[in-house]
Design a protein around this ligand. Structure first.
Ligand SMILES: [Zn+2]
Length: 525
C-alpha cells in the first residue's frame, strides 16, 4: 500500500514538473523574469513530441559555443535544406532575441511553438514551412542585469544585453559577417532560401502610441517591383490583420520635432545593408522588422509580437502564390541587372508622405521595485493623433554604373571568402585574356574619427577610367548575372557605404593607394 502511494506521488510530481516545464519562465514568474538559455532548451525538450510536423535542429553556435536551437514546422519528412526547398512551399524564417535585452520575441516564439506542438495553426501546413530560432543572441541573453535597458517596462527582474559575446551588435553585421550568429543566419539563407524573414525587436528610445511597429526593407538599390509589392500589398495586408485583432500598429519610427529634413515627422533612420531587414531585401526576399513598444507591459509586448508573427504567417499562407511569384520575378530581374545603367551604393531616407495620421502618447514614470530605477509606461488614457510627414522613402546619394562583373585578383583572399560566404557565385578566369575594364581611381580617402563596431569605417571617392587590361588565369570573376547581383555590388563597389572598403577588408591589400585593385568588366551596350 505504502509503495503504491509513493509511486502515485512520484507520478503526480512528474506530471506537475512536465506541466511546469511547458510554461515559459515569464508565465511561471508573473512576467517578472525572462527565459535563460537553459530555460529555452528545457522548454523545447518538454514540448509534446509531434515529430511529423515539428522538428528540431541547430542553426549554429554562439561565440561561447552555445548551440542555437532551431525549430522547423511543416509537412516535410526531414529538415534537410534540400527537403525544405523541394517541398515547393513558402518558407518563412522567424528569429527572436537578436538584441538580447529585447526579449519578448524569444518568449512569444516559445509560446507559439507550444501551440504548434499541440496541433494549433494546422492550416499553415498547407502552404508554409516555418523555421523558428527563438534565441539568436544566446550569449547576450545570459548577461542579465536589472540595469540593462533601464527605461524599458520590464521584465523587472532584468534582461540580457544588446551585444553578442564578442561585443558586436548582430544587427550591424550583415555585410561584414564577423559574428558566428550572423554567419549561421546567412548560411541558412543560402541553404534554405526562405521567402520571408522576420526579425523580432523592441523599440529603443522612440516614442509613439502603438503596441507594436514594423518595417520592411529600405534601400534605394532594392528591386523596384518587389519593393512596391511589400509596400503596397504585403505589409498593408499584415497591418489590416493586426488592426482586425485590435492591436494598435504602425510602421516603425520615431516622432521627431526636427527630422534631418528640418521639419517635424515620423522618421526611421536605417537604410544600410548591414541591418538584417535591408540585407534580406537586397537578396530579393521579403523582410519583416518587428519592433514591440518598450513602454507597454512585458506581457503586452509578448502578446503583440506573437500576434504580428501570426498575422505575417496568416498572410503568407493566404497569399503564398503571389509572394512566391514576386520573389521569383525579383530574382529573374537581378540576373538581368547588367542591362541596367546604374545602381545606388550610398543612400538616405527621405520623406514618403507629407501627411499621415500618427498616434502619440505620453509616458508615466514607474519605479522598478527591484532596481529602484525609473521605467516608462505608456499613458493609454492620453492618446492623441497628429498629422505629420512620414519618412520611409529612400534616395541614392551615390550610384555606380552596373558592370558585367568584378575581377578580383586571387591574392585578395579575404574579399573572395567574404563574397562566397554570402552565397554569391565566383568563377575563375581559365585562360589569360585581354579585357576592356573599369578601373577606379581614388581621389579622396578618409577613416571615420569614431570607432563603430570595432572598426574605423573607410569612405573613398573617385572615378572610373576605362583601361585595357591583361587578366591572368586564376583571376576571380564575380558575374552580375546572378540572383545576388544587388548584394554583390554593395559589397564590391569602392564607394559603397557597407562594402569591403567601408569595413576595412581591403585595408590589408593597399598597394598603390590611388587605384582600387578590384576592376569591373564593362558591359557591351
Ligand atoms: Zn533591436
Amino acid at each position: 500500500m505504502f509503495r503504491r502511494w509513493i509511486t502515485l506521488c512520484c507520478l503526480v510530481l512528474t506530471l506537475l514538473s512536465a506541466a511546469a516545464a511547458q510554461l515559459t519562465r515569464p508565465e511561471r514568474t508573473n512576467d517578472e523574469e525572462t527565459s535563460r538559455y537553459e530555460d529555452v532548451i528545457a522548454f523545447l525538450d518538454s514540448l509534446p513530441p509531434n515529430p511529423s510536423v515539428l522538428k528540431f535542429g541547430w542553426l549554429g553556435y554562439s561565440p561561447a559555443g552555445r548551440r542555437l536551437p532551431m525549430a522547423v514546422y511543416g509537412d516535410v519528412p526531414d529538415i534537410r535544406p534540400e527537403t525544405v526547398r523541394r517541398s515547393g512551399k513558402l518558407v518563412v524564417y522567424v528569429q527572436g532575441n537578436i538584441h538580447a535585452g529585447e526579449v519578448e520575441g524569444k518568449e512569444a516564439m516559445l509560446e507559439l511553438l507550444r501551440e504548434l506542438a499541440r496541433g494549433g495553426h494546422a492550416e499553415w501546413r498547407r502552404r508554409l514551412i516555418v523555421i523558428i530560432v527563438p534565441i539568436f543572441n544566446a550569449d547576450g541573453n545570459e548577461n542579465i542585469s536589472l540595469f540593462n535597458r533601464p527605461y524599458q517596462y520590464g521584465p523587472v527582474a532584468g534582461m540580457g544585453q544588446r551585444a553578442n559575446g564578442q561585443g558586436l551588435d548582430l544587427n550591424r553585421d550583415h555585410t561584414k559577417l564577423e559574428s558566428p550568429e550572423v554567419r549561421a543566419f546567412v548560411s541558412l539563407l543560402d541553404r534554405y532560401d526562405p521567402h520571408i524573414v522576420v526579425d523580432l525587436h523592441t523599440t529603443n528610445g522612440s516614442f509613439h502610441g502603438y503596441h507594436i511597429t514594423y518595417s520592411h526593407a529600405l534601400h534605394p538599390a532594392l528591386d523596384g517591383p518587389l519593393d512596391a509589392f511589400q509596400r503596397t500589398s504585403f505589409f498593408p495586408a499584415v497591418h489590416k490583420r493586426m488592426t482586425a485583432r485590435k492591436w494598435r500598429v504602425h510602421r516603425y519610427g520615431d516622432y521627431l520635432e526636427r527630422t534631418p529634413a528640418g521639419k517635424p515627422g515620423y522618421f526611421y533612420w536605417a537604410h544600410e545593408p548591414r541591418y538584417n531587414s535591408n540585407y534580406v531585401g537586397l537578396r530579393n526576399r521579403i523582410a519583416v522588422l518587428s519592433e514591440a513598444y518598450s513602454y507597454v507591459t512585458f506581457r503586452t509586448r509578448i502578446d503583440a509580437t506573437k500576434a504580428l508573427v501570426e498575422a505575417v504567417l496568416d498572410e503568407a499562407n493566404a497569399n503564398s502564390r503571389a509572394i512566391r511569384a514576386a520573389v521569383a520575378a525579383a530574382d529573374e530581374r537581378a540576373v538581368q541587372l547588367p542591362t541596367t545603367d546604374s545602381l545606388a551604393v550610398r543612400g538616405e531616407i527621405v520623406e514618403s508622405s507629407p501627411a499621415e495620421s500618427l498616434l502619440l502618447a505620453p509616458v508615466r514614470e514607474v519605479c522598478n521595485p527591484y532596481s529602484g530605477q525609473t521605467m516608462y509606461l505608456m499613458k493609454e488614457e492620453s492618446l492623441r493623433t497628429v498629422v505629420t510627414a512620414e519618412f520611409y522613402g529612400t534616395r541614392a546619394l551615390r550610384s555606380a554604373a552596373v558592370p558585367e562583373g568584378y575581377l578580383i585578383p586571387d591574392s585578395l583572399r579575404a574579399v573572395a571568402d567574404l563574397v562566397r560566404d554570402h552565397g554569391i557565385r565566383i568563377d575563375t578566369v581559365q585562360q589569360r585574356r585581354t579585357v576592356t575594364a573599369g578601373r577606379f581611381l581614388i581621389t579622396a580617402d578618409r577613416l571615420s574619427e569614431r570607432e563603430f563596431q570595432k572598426h574605423r569605417m573607410r569612405t573613398v571617392e573617385g572615378r572610373y577610367e576605362t583601361v585595357t587590361l591583361d587578366v591572368p588565369a586564376g583571376t576571380l570573376f564575380v558575374p552580375l548575372d546572378q540572383p545576388l547581383s544587388r548584394l554583390a555590388m554593395q559589397l564590391l563597389e569602392p564607394e559603397s557605404e557597407d562594402g569591403v572598403v567601408a569595413w576595412n577588408v581591403m585595408d590589408r591589400y593597399r598597394g598603390n593607394g590611388s587605384v582600387y585593385s578590384i576592376v569591373t568588366i564593362i558591359p557591351k551596350r
